[in-house]
Design a protein around this ligand. Structure first.
Ligand code: DC
Length: 222
């Protein structure tokens, strides 16, 4: 596996994607947001009108082409970066990502995408399943209230008003589903470094991870 592989996992709203994207820009590395891939499958399933509870209906993945490039996500070359953030997708993505068939397909795409070059990949099972031999594994946490505050701010930026209590409830429900599902639940890899970001700014988290990366790179001469 040539290149440095950085795995960033954590629960909903822990800042994974924003932080991974900034690290990739600063280091000139490739960023892959695996949550966006599960969202893309969910969007496609909703648009195709399949029964979302029927695992076998996801066989449409045999012929669909999902890829992530420069912080944009595409289904069959259609840019769905905005569409995957809809409420309908957010509500159903935990269900869709719980199916072994869906996970198998996406994990295989993700492993392939990480083969070449320096990669920052973020998600829920990167350090445990997708890149178990990553050079550095980070697990980001923050308390639910802080994560909800961040989500509210993000929504406001997009002109969307939301209620704090509702956002807290959504995040807590998703945490519960993501950590208790049978297939690759969200859990901390044994060799991951845990960073609690509740009282840290985005810039502070980015600097800390880059510092840890530099240390590893010097040690291994990657
Ligand atoms: O990071 P996000 O909130 O955009 O992820 C959306 C959902 O996708 C999340 O609720 C769980 C799932 N997911 C997953 O199961 N495995 C990953 N590696 C990434 C995301």
């Amino acid at each position: 596996m040539p290149g440095f592989k950085l795995a960033i996992d954590g629960p909903a709203g822990s800042g994974k994607s924003t932080i991974s994207s900034l690290i990739a820009k600063k280091m000139g590395w490739t960023h892959i947001d695996t949550g966006a891939m599960y969202r893309a499958v969910t969007l496609q399933a909703i648009e195709q009108g399949i029964d979302l509870n029927d695992e076998s209906a996801y066989s449409f993945l045999e012929t669909s082409h999902i890829h992530y490039d420069l912080d944009k996500i595409f289904i069959n070359d259609r840019d769905v970066t905005e569409d995957i953030r809809s409420d309908a997708v957010t509500k159903n993505v935990s269900l869709v990502s719980s199916f072994p068939y869906v996970r198998k397909r996406l994990v295989s795409l993700q492993k392939k995408a990480a083969e070449e070059g320096n990669i920052v990949m973020d998600g829920r099972d990167i350090g445990t399943v997708v890149l178990p031999h990553a050079d550095l594994k980070i697990f980001l946490t923050a308390n639910v209230e802080e994560r909800a505050k961040r989500r509210l701010k993000e929504n406001l930026k997009k002109g969307k008003q939301s209620e704090m209590e509702k956002v807290i409830e959504d995040i807590a429900t998703r945490d519960q589903k993501d950590t208790t599902r049978k297939e690759s639940p969200l859990r901390i890899a044994e060799d991951a470094i845990i960073l609690d970001t509740t009282h840290l700014t985005i810039e502070e988290v980015v600097s800390k991870i880059i510092e840890l990366t530099d240390k590893k790179e010097n040690k291994h001469g990657v």
